[in-house]
Design a protein around this ligand. Sequence first.
Ligand code: SF4
Ligand code: SF4
Ligand code: SF4
Length: 152
Amino acid sequence: MEIYKLLPQTNCKKCGETCMGFAFKLLSKDLTLDKCTPLFEEEEYAEEKKELEELLKPITEAEMTETGLVIHEELCFGCGNCVVACPVNVAEDPTGCAIGKGASSDKVILKVENGKVKAANIKTCRRFGKYRILCNACITPCPTKAIEFPGG
Ligand code: SF4
Ligand code: SF4
Ligand code: SF4
């Protein structure tokens, strides 16, 4: 309910759900906040978007913990090497990462925003979940060791 109250409550279904359905899917981690495009595109929801990001932070952090991915933002200078090296980014973004450009799809894991790398869609990381593999593709090209998987 707390999440639902901060959503636009227009039931526009741009996320593929009603607002209530979307709130449940955010909680169950089946969808991420960026799928509610009105929140990101319409200035009137800026405050709610900020509050939702705060509210959902523990969920995002829990997912990050499951992969073991740690981003040291203070070391990242936004070169984008990791963005074009991630195999999931490349597969999901044929017009951006796959040709060595910045991310142009909302399905990518790593993208640079305001000069710093950010992670999303973390469940698609090859290190995530039961069948995880120890992918290192985003770590090795980073000149400043801003990404790491301390657990190995
Ligand atoms: S896109 Fe946002 S406003 Fe539209 S139905 Fe989904 S949660 Fe509600
Ligand atoms: S570990 Fe592999 S799949 Fe996961 S973010 Fe890094 S490069 Fe992408
Ligand atoms: S490779 Fe390292 S410095 Fe470059 S964007 Fe990625 S995390 Fe930041």
